[in-house]
Design a protein around this ligand. Sequence first.
Ligand code: PRP
Ligand code: MG
Length: 210
Amino acid sequence: MSIHIALAKGRIHKVVMKYLMESGYEFPSYSEDSRKLIFEDAGHTLKLTLVKSPDVAVYVERGAADIGIVGEDVLIEDNAGANVYEVLDIGIGRCNMAVAGVKGKKVDMSRRITVGTKYPRIARKYFEENHHSVDIIKLNGSVELAPLVGLSDVIVDIVETGNTLRANGLEVLDYFMDFSARMICNPVSFKMKYDEIHTLIDVIKKKEIR
Ligand code: PRP
Ligand code: MG
């Protein structure tokens, strides 16, 4: 039985594909710059699809994919873990959630501040816990722009290398959560494809990527 894995498109899929190929799987039609979204390995044991990260859990929950690999940040923001099993911390894609603002510019936290973010739930919870009154503006990407053009006072976003913040003259005001990529599994697939899924988990565990 072949396993269908939905991979979060971007950094995560590139690392996982590289890793699977290093472990002996061959994907004849895969290349990093291809526009193709679905790949099968030469041995017909794995089918991989490239999915926007917030959609990975949707495919897995509905059984359109057996397995998903996606950042924990997305799973937490979308509260997506309820109907899937989280089977492995893959250890790649490590990043922190941070509040950031324009370098050197003081933010008066005693008044109501505006926050640009792709993570409105995580951001709201953080500011509530810290008793700050906030106006959250949901954005879909390039969040670093918001404080630079006066859309928001600060941002809440993930920081991996810090390059994006540095390149845009921003600085971290507070780090408050850390994340890594997780493997999730459809509960029915977990039973029906138990051996195949455990073989895959073992293959990924063997790689020294932690
Ligand atoms: C993510 C995130 C940060 C950046 C962090 O953006 O939103 O902007 O990566 O990584 P770094 O610390 O290594 O620079 P992404 O590239 O996914 O683009 P998007 O925000 O426009 O979706
Ligand atoms: Mg970004």
